[in-house]
Design a protein around this ligand. Structure first.
Ligand code: FRU
Length: 503
C-alpha cells in the first residue's frame, strides 16, 4: 500500500475539507492520528514557546512499519493538533528510531549562540547497528540540523541499544540520558549534550522481562502532592510478555542521584502501567513550565502483536489521549502511580447526560436514551445487591458491544472486547483484561473515554488504567448501564458528549 502524503494534503485542502476531513471509517475524533500511513511511538515530546511538540515514529510511504522518520505535529492544548512536515529523515547514518527532545535553555551545547533552542536525541539505526545521535533546531522545531559529530554515543556491541530519553538533572547540574539496552536500561551523563559518559545501569534482575526493553522515561514526582516527599518514576516498556499479552509498559519507583537508580520495591515486584492491550512506548513531555507543574504523557495506542494489521485506512495507529500522572498513597499504604486524562478534555465536552442517586437494576438501562460514539463517562457507583454491573459501550443490537464490568464475587474489573467489532485481522486481538480491584465500602469510580476506535478506562481516580482499541460498526451507538443479579446505587453519573478536534 502506498499513499502519497501530498495527494492527501491536496485533497484535504480542497472544498471538502470542512465536512469530510478525518471522517473515514474508524478514524479517531479526539485522539492524534497522522493523516496517512504508518505511525508508532511518540517521540521528542517537548513544550517550547507556547507549543507542545509531538514527533512520532513514521513511515511516510506505507501503512506498515518500515524505514523510520520522525513525523511532527504541534498543539497549544494537547487536544487540537496541527500537522507539520516531517521533522527528521533518514540519512547516511541510518533511519531515525525513537528518542526525546529538550530545551537547551542555557546553550550548554554551544549550538545556539547563547540563546535557547531545541535539541532532539534519537537512535540512528543502520543494518541493525544502533547508535545515539542529536539534531538541533533554531526555529522552534520547524527545521532540524543533524549534529556534525554524530553519533554522540557509539555502540560497543549491544544489539538493542536505543530510545534515549534525556532530561536536565538540577542537583548534579548535568544532562542525564536513560537508554534501553537489551533487557536493562543504561544511564549516561553529560554537561553539553554532545559528550556522554556512561554512569550506571539498572534492571537486569528487576521487573518484567517477557521481551526486549524499549522506550524508557525517568522523572521525579511528589507523593500526594507533597514537595518534601518525592520519588523517581522509571518507566520501561517491554516488547512482549506484558500483563495483557504482547507489548506493554511497567514502572519502577525509587531514588535517583543523577547516576544510580535504586528500586524501592523487591526486584520481583512488577508494577504495570496499564492493564489493556494498547498502551505502549509511553513518553512524557519535557519542559512543561513549573507554573503548570504537571507531568503529562502519551502512549502509542497499539500492540506489536497486531499493529501492522489493524483495519484502518489511509493511516495506521493513534496516540492515547494525554494523561496527567501523579503518585498517590493507596489505602494499603503503598505508593502507586495514578493517571487521569488531562483537564483540557473539558474544552471538548458538549451536552451532558446526568444521573444522580438512582437505583440501577436488571433490564432497566438508565442510559437507554443515549446514542453516541464520542463520549466520556464519569461515574460513582455503589454496590447494593448486584452480582455484576458496569457499562456496555458502542453497542449495536445483540451482536456488538465492548464491556467494562465489575464482577462482585471475583472482585475484578473486566474490559472485554470479544464482541467489540472487527477482530479477524489478528488472532491476538480478541480477549479480555481482568484486574483485581477489591472495593472500599462497595464503591467503584469509573472514568471512561470512548472514541471511534478506542476505549480508555480509569478506575478509582486512575489507580488502574486499561486502554484498548476496538473496531465497531458505526451503527454501534447504544450505551448501557447494565446490572445483573440485584441492584446498584448510581450515586452520580455524568456522560459528556465530546466534539471532534479535527474539523
Ligand atoms: C518501540 C520501538 C522502539 C524503536 C522504534 C522503532 O515500539 O521498537 O524501541 O526505537 O519502535 O520504530
Amino acid at each position: 500500500m502506498y499513499i502519497v502524503r501530498s495527494d492527501i494534503m491536496a485533497f484535504t485542502k480542497g472544498m471538502e475539507q470542512k465536512t469530510t476531513y478525518y471522517t473515514e471509517r474508524y478514524r479517531p475524533q479526539f485522539h492524534f492520528t497522522p493523516e496517512a500511513n504508518w505511525m508508532n511511538d511518540p517521540n521528542g515530546m517537548v513544550y517550547y514557546e507556547g507549543e507542545y511538540h509531538l514527533f512520532y515514529q513514521y513511515h511516510p510511504h506505507s501503512l506498515k512499519w518500515g524505514p523510520m522518520h520522525w513525523g511532527h505535529a504541534i498543539s497549544r492544548d494537547m487536544v487540537h493538533w496541527e500537522h507539520l512536515p516531517i521533522g527528521l529523515e533518514p540519512d547516511e547514518l541510518g533511519t531515525i528510531f525513537s528518542g526525546s527532545a529538550v530545551v537547551d535553555w542555557n546553550d550548554t551545547s554551544g549550538l545556539f549562540q547563547g540563546k535557547s533552542g531545541l535539541v532532539a536525541i534519537f537512535t540512528h539505526t543502520k543494518d541493525e547497528l544502533q547508535r545515539q545521535s542529536i539534531a538541533y533546531s533554531h526555529d522552534k522545531g520547524r527545521t532540524w540540523i543533524k549534529y556534525a559529530g554524530n553519533p554522540v554515543i557509539e555502540n560497543l556491541g549491544i544489539k538493542d541499544f536505543r530510545d534515549p530519553k534525556v532530561f536536565w538533572h538540577e542537583e548534579t547540574n548535568r544532562w542525564v540520558m536513560v537508554l534501553a539496552a537489551g533487557q536493562k536500561v543504561m544511564f549516561y551523563s553529560s554537561t553539553n549534550l554532545l559528550k556522554w559518559e556512561f554512569v550506571s545501569e539498572f534492571g537486569s534482575c528487576d521487573g518484567a522481562h517477557g521481551g526486549v526493553w524499549e522506550c524508557p522515561d525517568l522523572f521525579e514526582l511528589p507523593v500526594d502532592g507533597n514537595p518534601n516527599q518525592k520519588k523517581w518514576v522509571l518507566q520501561v516498556d517491554l516488547g512482549d510478555g506484558s500483563v495483557a499479552g504482547g507489548s506493554g509498559g511497567q514502572y519502577f519507583l525509587g531514588t535517583f542521584d543523577g547516576k544510580t537508580f535504586l528500586n524501592d520495591h523487591a526486584p520481583s515486584e512488577i508494577l504495570w502501567l496499564d492493564y489493556g492491550k494498547d498502551f505502549y512506548a509511553t513518553q512524557s513531555f519535557s519542559d512543561i513550565p513549573e507554573e503548570d507543574g504537571r507531568r503529562i504523557w502519551m502512549a502509542w495506542m497499539s500492540n506489536w502483536k497486531y499493529a501492522n494489521d489493524v483495519p484502518t485506512f489511509p493511516w495506521r495507529s493513534a496516540m492515547s489521549f494525554p494523561r496527567e500522572v501523579e503518585l498517590k498513597t493507596m489505602s494499603d499504604g503503598q505508593v502507586k502511580l495514578v493517571q487521569k486524562p488531562i483537564r483540557e478534555i473539558e474544552t471538548i465536552r458538549t451536552e451532558i447526560v446526568k444521573i444522580a442517586n438512582e437505583v440501577g437494576r436488571e433490564c432497566d438501562n438508565l442510559l437507554a436514551d443515549v446514542q453516541e460514539t464520542l463520549f466520556e463517562i464519569e461515574a460513582e457507583i455503589e454496590l447494593l445487591t448486584a452480582s455484576e454491573f458496569g457499562f456496555k459501550l458502542r453497542k449495536s443490537g445483540m451482536e456488538q458491544e465492548t464491556l467494562v464490568g465489575y464482577d462482585v464475587e471475583k472482585q475484578v474489573l473486566v474490559v472485554d472486547r470479544d464482541c467489540s467489532g472487527e477482530h479477524d485481522f489478528s488472532e491476538h486481538f480478541k480477549g479480555s483484561n481482568i484486574v483485581n480491584l477489591p472495593l472500599t465500602n462497595g464503591m467503584l469510580k469509573l472514568r471512561i473515554l470512548v472514541d471511534t476506535s478506542s476505549v480508555e478506562v480509569f478506575a478509582n481516580e486512575g489507580e488502574i488504567a486499561l486502554t484498548n482499541l476496538i473496531f465497531p460498526d458505526k451503527e454501534g451507538q447504544d450505551v448501557e448501564l447494565y446490572v445483573k443479579g440485584g441492584e446498584v446505587n448510581v450515586i452520580s453519573l455524568n456522560l459528556y458528549r465530546l466534539k471532534t478536534t479535527w474539523r
